[in-house]
Design a protein around this ligand. Structure first.
Ligand code: 5AD
Length: 333
């Protein structure tokens, strides 16, 4: 699909056919399988000033917290016992966790025999390399937007090229690499979303997360309108059609803005759900946007409830680590 065709579909009024086709493609290439990832938000300290984000360094109303290594490991262990096969550890850009601290956490989680995804922001190649050597499998770093001007405006003091370099470093180091964007940022054009999708392809991303922007009252963008869930679903469907064998989550921001958003996204090309398993201090204070409505799981009953929901969609929870088929295909080259 070329850019013009992508734009046309993103702008179309009725997307039912596109959603159906994306669902068909997902089932054909990834099976009737949904992968679960247990999300642990372990620190909301952040040195960045991203205009849209509720935990940006400038927000003085955030109660900042850090989980200790022991708390992170306990949470990961509980997630494993509940039935998760992957944990994702995510934080703001927090230099408190230096290479030594991070590698210790990574090594200990990997001893639990689960897949590990990191989402820690922009780090040096040396740091990424150390994380990989310590055993981390995957890394999530959304590009957020490939519109350079908009990127610069949304991320004061940040260098677009550095973020791109980070993503290529992650690929080169052998991480299963995830990226993604915000949908509906003030000043974002449909054309730029089409370019974003082509960028995912160019990078050969293994995972792509797309979620609508949600205004946070303590940010400069507090009065900006939220992103369109319909547009986000179209972008998910198109990404699936263009990259049939990658992993795509039903993002929490879609769930937050749209009733049954998780189920709907899983019918439009998404094949991953990332339930929050963080301790309460994190659930209460990791507020990148308000009213986060993502699914939380803290016991086996809740896990089984999700299993039933997934069954009702004609899918099953994956029994393995859920490595992106795109990643496997590259390894086998
Ligand atoms: N609305 C929606 N998504 C947001 N993120 C950050 N702030 C917001 C917001 N206000 C997303 C970013 C980031 C991910 C962890 O959360 O895309 O990469």
């Amino acid at each position: 699909m070329n850019k013009k065709e992508i734009i046309e579909i993103l702008k179309a009024q009725n997307s039912d056919e596109v959603f159906k086709y994306a669902d068909h493609i997902r089932r054909k290439y990834c099976g009737n399988i949904v992968h679960l990832r247990a999300l642990i938000e372990f620190s909301n300290f952040c040195k960045k000033q991203c205009l849209y984000c509720g935990i940006n360094a400038k927000n003085k109303n955030v109660k900042r917290y850090r989980l200790s290594e022991e708390q992170i490991l306990n949470t990961a262990l509980i997630a494993k016992e509940i039935g998760f096969k992957t944990v994702v550890i995510q934080s703001g850009e927090d230099d408190f966790y230096d290479i030594k601290k991070m590698c210790s956490i990574i090594e200990k989680i990997k001893k639990m025999d689960i897949a590990l995804t990191l989402s820690l922001g922009e780090k040096t190649k040396k740091e990424y390399k150390a994380y990989k050597s310590a055993g981390a499998d995957r890394y999530l770093l959304r590009i957020e937007t490939t519109d350079k001007k908009l990127y610069k405006k949304m991320h004061p003091g940040c260098d677009f090229q550095n973020r791109i370099n980070c993503l290529y470093s992650l690929k080169e180091l052998g991480f299963e690499t995830g990226t993604g964007i915000l949908i509906g940022l003030e000043g974002q054009s449909i054309e730029s979303i089409a370019s974003d999708i082509l960028f995912f392809k160019k990078l050969n991303a293994d995972m792509v997360g797309l979620g609508p922007f949600i205004a946070h009252k303590d940010t400069i963008l507090k009065d900006a309108p939220c992103g369109s869930t319909e547009l986000a679903l179209r972008a998910i469907a198109l990404t699936r059609i263009i990259m049939p064998n990658i992993n795509i989550p039903a993002t929490t921001s879609i769930e937050t803005l749209l009733k049954d958003g998780r189920k709907i996204a899983l019918k439009c090309g998404a094949n991953v759900v990332m339930p929050n398993v963080s301790p309460n201090i994190a659930k209460e204070n990791y507020c990148i946007y308000p009213n986060k409505q993502g699914i939380c799981i803290s016991n086996k009953t809740e896990f089984e409830n999700l299993r039933n929901e997934i069954k009702s969609l004609g899918d099953e929870i994956s029994k393995d680590f859920g490595i992106s088929k795109n990643f496997v295909a590259q390894k086998n080259l």
